[in-house]
Design a protein around this ligand. Structure first.
Ligand SMILES: CC(C)(COP(=O)(O)OP(=O)(O)OC[C@H]1O[C@@H](n2cnc3c(N)ncnc32)[C@H](O)[C@@H]1OP(=O)(O)O)[C@@H](O)C(=O)NCCC(=O)NCCS
Length: 186
């Protein structure tokens, strides 16, 4: 199992041919209760929301930005292939979503997560779930854990993370220019 080089991974928009690997990555963690499961049908329908990290001819991770309202989007389905974790891929995927939110004119993004400490690193703050728009509960109603939800709601100011002092994940803005190029190429 080679130790992965974060720079070997390229972040780009997802394609339909990526779905089987995205499905495997997400649902392996879903089986452990770490994130919500996704069917292939949901992934195909939502393919325009997704970014993937690709390296060595494989999909190494994925993340999605789902627009909810005029001023709010959700970052969801953030997952990195187990043996490639801790190499900055998750941070690059989250920042790709944040850059797209900025490009779309969305001031704020939220997450519903079982890994609040991870998102706190980017500058997300915990909020009361009830402060989020009712619309987000449409997805929650389909969740097997709806009655016993243990996810933390967190929200962040997009500009503050991308241009402000927030840590922006593992490697800050250092790779911003390179990622922008890679994402646009995708
Ligand atoms: C959470 C996840 C996406 C992070 O991806 P990653 O590529 O490993 O993250 P990065 O390399 O960008 O950052 C790693 C750092 O984030 C922190 N971190 C990673 N996972 C974390 C977690 N679950 N909780 C808190 N902090 C975490 C660690 O401090 C780590 O630093 P280290 O490498 O020095 O130990 C990945 O671990 C994963 O796929 N987990 C399973 C699915 C999941 O929990 N998704 C979260 C959204 S629901």
């Amino acid at each position: 199992m080679a130790k992965k080089n974060e720079h070997a991974a390229r972040v780009r928009r997802a394609r339909v041919t990526d779905v089987p690997e995205m499905h495997d990555i997400i649902n392996e963690y879903a089986l452990e209760g770490l994130m919500l499961p996704k069917s292939k049908g949901e992934l195909y329908e939502g393919i325009r929301d997704f970014y993937v990290a690709e390296g060595g001819g494989r999909i190494l991770g994925c993340a999605a930005l789902h627009v909810m309202w005029e001023d709010l989007a959700e970052i969801r389905s953030v997952a990195v292939r187990r043996e490639y974790r801790h190499t900055g891929i998750g941070s690059r995927l989250v920042r790709a979503c944040l850059r797209e939110a900025a490009a779309l004119g969305l001031p704020r993004v939220f997450v519903l997560t079982l890994a609040p400490d991870y998102f706190a690193r980017f500058g997300f703050s915990v909020v009361d779930k009830d402060s989020l728009p009712r619309k987000i509960w449409a997805d929650c109603l389909r969740c097997p854990r709806f009655a016993n939800c243990n996810e933390t709601a967190m929200i962040a100011d997009v500009a503050a993370i991308l241009h402000g002092g927030a840590a922006a994940g593992r490697e800050g803005g250092r790779t911003e220019a390179r990622e922008a190029v890679a994402s646009d190429r995708g």
